[in-house]
Design a protein around this ligand. Structure first.
Ligand code: ZN
Ligand code: ZN
Length: 137
């Protein structure tokens, strides 16, 4: 996804019932334009120069709200820090133990149509792989 206009971002937020505040628009813009599953710290480092009023707490609270409203998926692939994925379509993740990059895996089957799940209402699916990426292996 390329750069998003403020109008598009406002639309995405409103569509999920989220009031499009200045901070929320900029955090969503960052997530849309940086698809590497950033942590709160990474978002803070990237935006705090441009937006001095932005605190880590605001980012944390905003991401919690986005997650509750189904706008982001929280990844717990890292032991230390939560990571945030703005692409909420079901997909698996691969973490490289050497460079730390997290890759999206779209060809791995994470479909929830399995008949064993018919009695359950699935809200999210997480499938994590860890190992070495093609650059590091
Ligand atoms: Zn790697
Ligand atoms: Zn992802």
């Amino acid at each position: 996804m390329n750069a998003c206009s403020v109008e598009e971002l406002k639309y995405l937020l409103k569509e999920k019932g989220i009031q499009p505040s200045f901070h929320r628009i900029h955090i969503l813009k960052y997530l849309m334009e940086n698809r590497m599953h950033p942590t709160v710290d990474e978002i803070y480092r990237a935006l705090s120069d441009k937006i001095p009023t932005l605190s880590k707490t605001t980012i944390y609270n905003t991401l919690n709200l986005f997650s509750q409203k189904g706008l982001v998926e929280v990844l717990t692939i890292d032991d230390k820090e939560a990571r945030f994925d703005v692409d909420v379509r079901p997909h698996a993740h691969f973490k490289c133990l050497s460079c730390g990059r997290i890759f999206d895996l779209w060809d791995v089957d994470v479909n929830v149509g399995d008949e064993k799940l018919t009695d359950f209402e699935v809200k999210s699916v997480h499938l994590y792989f860890k190992g070495y990426c093609s650059n590091c292996r």
